[in-house]
Design a protein around this ligand. Structure first.
Ligand code: HEM
Length: 251
């Protein structure tokens, strides 16, 4: 990919990286640098604020419970488009940051065929060709990109009805609701996947690092690239060591 984006991204990564620190302990790998983490959590905060204020405007029972958080109903209505624009702005930077690892590859098509085993956790290791992100993560990312575009196209007429007119606003409401459902569903799955379902994942976005066993289990091809080692051989070795350890403990 050429130039302008790379130059912009690299400079931003360096500048923001200098503001924070990522300590990679023995047995760990760097997964997300400071810049990525800052974008991710800024996007998450704007997203949750936009979601809360949006739902407050949408349902009367939430209106009474949630709008006081933002001052009043009128203030919630005023703030909602700004939270959303904040999310869009930060997420556009994240798109530039992740454009390369989020590209769809033949390995992702194969992963989709293995989807059932993945969600039911029947396989110990991900397929050997799973790189930095798996196809499920990429789908989530591209669903956010698509929904964000729909949110923008539908939200602007709802924000400025005097310019766009009644028909655009009516269509806007329907599209906005569909995009909100996709985003909410994706967010719930994402929350589960990145915390309870895969222990060790959350620290990738807090400390920026993951353990080697996490990497060879969930992203074997990425593990191979960054360590130049065979993920399956390292997994087998670790298993042998664990068995040995258990035998010695039992003796
Ligand atoms: C607030 C709770 C959230 C938690 C605990 C969380 C956690 C995480 C973690 C741990 C990762 C790293 C996964 C990896 O390295 O493999 C990640 C990645 C990501 N997050 Fe979040 N996140 C949250 C909110 C959000 C929100 C609100 C969005 C956007 C709407 C978002 C979008 C993403 C995307 C696109 C990725 C990369 C793809 C993926 O891992 O699914 N996250 N998140």
């Amino acid at each position: 990919m050429s130039t302008a984006i790379e130059r912009f991204d690299d400079a931003a990564r360096r500048r923001v990286g200098a503001l924070g620190r990522t300590r990679v302990h023995d047995g760990e790998l760097l997964r997300h640098p400071v810049y990525t983490r800052l974008l991710h959590w800024s996007a998450a905060i704007f997203f949750i604020l936009a979601l809360l204020s949006g739902f407050a405007l949408y349902t009367p029972w939430l209106f009474h419970a949630v709008t006081p958080l933002f001052g009043s109903g009128a203030m919630t209505r005023e703030l909602h488009p700004w939270f959303s624009l904040g999310f869009v702005l930060v997420f556009v930077l994240q798109i530039l940051n992740w454009l390369t690892p989020m590209r769809w590859t033949p390995a992702d098509r194969r992963w989709m065929r293995h989807f059932r085993a993945y969600i039911s956790n029947t396989e110990k290791l991900e397929p050997e060709d799973v790189g930095f992100f798996n196809a499920g993560q990429k789908l989530y990312f591209w669903a956010i990109v698509g929904s964000t575009i729909v949110f923008l196209i539908s939200g602007v007429p709802m924000w400025l009805p005097e310019i766009f007119g009644r028909h655009a606003v009516m269509v806007g409401y329907v599209l906005h609701d569909v995009a909100a459902l996709v985003m909410l569903g994706g967010f719930i799955v994402h929350l589960y996947e990145s915390t309870a379902q895969q222990p060790g994942t959350f620290q990738a976005m807090t400390r920026g690092t993951v353990s080697r066993p996490w990497a060879w289990t969930h992203h074997p091809n990425w593990y191979r690239e960054v360590t130049q080692r065979d993920p399956r051989a390292d997994y087998e070795q670790a298993r042998e060591r664990q068995k040995e350890h258990d035998r010695n403990g039992a003796a």
